[in-house]
Design a binder for this molecule. Structure first.
Ligand SMILES: Nc1ncnc2c1ncn2[C@@H]1O[C@H](COP(=O)(O)OP(=O)(O)O)[C@@H](O)[C@H]1O
Ligand SMILES: [Mg+2]
Length: 418
């Protein structure tokens, strides 16, 4: 298989071993151990992992997912959470028989000192959002399918168990994480974007997101009214639309499975479902279209404009605006949120933080993924900038609403999409 990625050393970091070559060698060894042949690379993922389809000798296909921790790569926690992903898949399949049919199988796992891999069956699929990219009306397939899938995940998954949690969850999960990873944004993005006190995005004067994150940590009263009081069974943790695979439309509509949930975050403790459901929102507002089309970024007299290149898919906009209503129509969701008045605010704050976290993710494997053979790919720094500018805009709005009203309103927040 061709080497896909090369590592480009920069001034501050010594040359790391060639990540692409190390991965290719391991993928070759794994294929040999499994006795299959590597066919095509699956490139829809958002992580530094490599995914390759493997043809088995007896017919049929598996997928190998490999993560190698290269010395000098930026985020040292990737491999730990990758290994916990495997345990999370195993836990859910063992503990929730009702979800076993729809949750990714785990065929095998392999580990080395600085790498891990797992295999699963290959599922011929479309992601849940695919019909929307083709211009199909949200009510034709996407919305009924999502209702069915979320009824299962909430009813059988999140609601399976819960525990109380102390105030401060938003600060701990979102704000602290942004503060810890902000150096990465400061390393690759221009000072005018990351160090300035205010950043003007699409005509809105926004406060620096690092300062806003610090404000949320320093002033617990701001989020006390919207923090979760309970956390729920960790059924996923990274529920973006590319991790929801539809295999069989007819089976989904008949309530007979027909879909697979893949790629959980790698978390075994109780979890806030608002975090996961705002990943779906984030997929539709910015992330999925941004990664497919890129961003149009312009700067004029110190003011920034950001948009999805060529405009987003119209049905994605409808899906984003309609998601909260869709959720509220589900009996399982009503049960989940009956005593949780801060849910809507947390969903929107989570959405803003997901955008900023994604900006850091785009940069975190930049050394691993930047090579001369990637000229036709979207520039990771531009992808980071696009997510960052949207994140700055949405976080300013969410915090401003919290300060003024004690809550974040959905329609007010999504009006920022224009
Ligand atoms: N078992 C599978 N069958 C078919 N496609 C898969 C399978 N696993 C992953 N994919 C495809 O590869 C993409 C990336 O896989 P994923 O495990 O989500 O990696 P990442 O951690 O990079 O997001 C998925 O969004 C999906 O399109
Ligand atoms: Mg994924």
């Amino acid at each position: 298989m061709a080497v896909q990625n090369a590592t480009v050393p920069d001034d501050e970091n010594p040359p790391a071993p060639d990540a692409g070559a190390v991965e290719d060698a391991l993928l070759g060894e794994l294929a040999e151990r499994i006795g299959g042949a590597l066919t095509e690379e699956l490139t829809e993922g958002g992580s530094p992992a490599r995914l390759v389809k493997l043809a088995l000798p007896g017919g049929g296909f598996q997928v190998v997912k490999l993560l190698v921790d290269i010395p000098g790569a930026v985020d040292g926690h990737d491999l730990d959470s990758f290994r916990v992903k495997i345990r999370q898949i195993e836990k859910i399949r063992a503990e929730i028989p009702e979800l076993r049919e729809v949750y990714t199988e785990l065929s095998d796992e392999f580990h080395g000192d600085n790498w891990s891999a797992y295999t699963m069956p290959f599922y011929a699929n479309q992601d849940i959002a695919a019909p929307l990219r083709a211009g199909e009306d949200v009510e034709k397939r996407y919305a009924p399918q999502l209702r069915r899938i979320l009824s299962d995940l909430v009813g059988q998954g999140y609601l399976r168990s819960s525990e109380e949690t102390a105030p401060g969850h938003i600060a701990e999960v979102h704000a602290d994480r942004l503060i810890r990873r902000f150096w990465l944004l400061q390393k690759y993005l221009p000072g005018a974007l990351v160090d300035a006190e205010t950043i003007t995005v699409n005509g809105v004067v926004c406060r620096n997101p690092l300062r806003l994150a610090q404000t949320l940590v320093d002033q617990p009263g701001l989020t006390a009214g919207v923090d979760p009081a309970r956390l729920y069974y960790p059924v996923h943790g990274d529920l973006n639309t590319r991790n929801i695979l539809v295999l069989d439309d007819a089976a989904v509509s008949a309530g007979r499975g027909g879909y697979r949930i893949i790629d959980p975050r790698g978390t075994l403790g109780h979890w806030d479902p608002a975090y996961d459901l705002s990943k779906i929102l984030f997929s539709f507002t910015v992330w999925d279209a941004g990664l497919r089309k890129g961003f149009r970024l312009t700067q004029d007299a110190g003011e920034w404009q950001v948009a999805i290149e060529g405009g987003t898919y119209p049905a994605y906009r409808a899906a984003a605006h309609g998601l909260l209503g869709l959720l509220r129509g589900l009996p399982e969701f009503q049960r989940l949120t009956a005593d949780d008045p801060g849910w809507e605010s947390r969903y929107l704050l989570g959405h803003a933080f997901h955008l900023l976290a994604e900006a850091a993710c785009r940069l975190s494997d930049i050394k691993k993924r930047t090579g001369e053979d990637t000229a036709d790919q979207l520039d990771p720094v531009d992808l980071a900038k696009g997510h960052y500018l949207y994140g700055v805009l949405f976080l300013e709005d969410a915090v401003r609403q919290l300060e003024a009203e004690g809550r974040v309103d959905h329609d007010a927040a999504l009006s920022l999409l224009g």
